[in-house]
Design a protein around this ligand. Structure first.
Ligand code: DLZ
Length: 164
């Protein structure tokens, strides 16, 4: 028997997203993997009974912080999930974009005082990204992190609304 199970421990009570309005902003870069993550997040939100899901897209991860900030300012969403996939290439792009996007998204959430879920995979290979989007294939599809992000959005929205 394993004495340590890596990853997120699920809450015992079911997620209750009734009445919540959730924004998903996702990139068009690495679309097949990103789309699987968006589907995972959307499925988790629907299963939790979220009333309203709005989905918008942007070019790449570098655009996620401003787009998320801008859309949160336009509508009273209870939480946002910002989804993208960065795959390391042969230049320094990966490091700069990952750093800017992660710091930017944290700032957006703190400034808006609304939960912004960090839905960016920062992977060294395409296979790593597919595994984390649940589309790895070859018998073991991996785990779709989008589902975890959907549940995190519901949990954090309720906490932020004083409903937790
Ligand atoms: C330029 C670039 C590169 C090299 N790689 C990725 C990536 O793996 N994932 C991603 O979401 N976006 C990438 N981009 C695009 C930048 O995020 C951004 O869209 C452009 O630099 C324009 O600002």
């Amino acid at each position: 028997m394993k004495d340590f199970e890596k990853g997120l421990v699920a809450r015992t009570e079911p997620a209750d997203g009734k009445g919540l309005r959730i924004l998903i902003v996702h990139t068009r870069w690495n679309a097949p993997i990103v789309n699987a993550l968006v589907e995972g997040a959307t499925a988790a939100l629907r299963a939790a009974g979220v009333a309203e899901i709005t989905t918008r897209d942007v070019p790449g991860c570098y655009e996620l912080p401003l787009a998320t900030a801008s859309l949160l300012a336009q509508q009273p969403y209870d939480a946002a999930i910002s989804i993208g996939v960065l795959i390391k290439g042969s230049t320094m792009h990966f490091e700069y974009i990952a750093d800017a996007a992660s710091h930017g998204l944290m700032r957006v959430g703190l400034d808006a005082k609304r939960p912004v879920i960090f839905g960016i995979l920062t992977c060294l290979t395409e296979d790593q990204a597919k595994e984390r989007a649940g589309i790895a294939g070859a018998g073991d599809e991996g785990h779709n992190h989008g589902r975890d992000w959907g549940l995190a959005a519901v949990e954090m929205a309720r906490l932020n609304n004083g409903q937790a």
